[in-house]
Ligand binder design. Structure first.
Ligand code: TYC
Length: 102
């Protein structure tokens, strides 16, 4: 006896889920008032750059308007942004630092 079902099979596959956490770019923005030396000091202090590296990134921001200064987990990126913004405010500079998902 034959039934009239067609032989249709559904293959359900499960992806091996090795979920990496999303990463966030921390961006530094140019402005007309923050002294170059202050930006260099920020990059040395909070992003552990050498003086030469820090100077190079500062010049990139100055010329292009923005640069990525690091890529971090959400929590670390938030901390870096807060540290830079607090430090800039303490010194009354308008320096802006933000983060965005990579
Ligand atoms: N444009 C500023 C100046 O001419 C320097 C500067 C660089 C400011 C980078 C902010 O993120 C910045 N003094």
């Amino acid at each position: 006896p034959s039934d009239d079902d067609n032989d249709t099979s559904v293959v359900v596959e499960t992806k091996p889920k090795t979920k990496r956490p999303p990463l966030y770019k921390v961006l530094l923005l140019n402005d007309d008032y923050t002294p170059m030396e202050f930006v260099v000091a920020v990059l040395e202090r909070f992003f552990h750059m050498s003086h030469a590296q820090a100077f190079e990134i500062m010049l990139t921001v100055h010329k292009k308007g923005v640069a990525v200064v690091g890529v971090f987990s959400h929590e670390i990126a938030e901390t870096k942004v807060a540290q830079v913004m607090d430090f800039a405010r303490q010194h009354q500079h308008p320096l802006q630092c933000t983060m965005e998902k990579e």
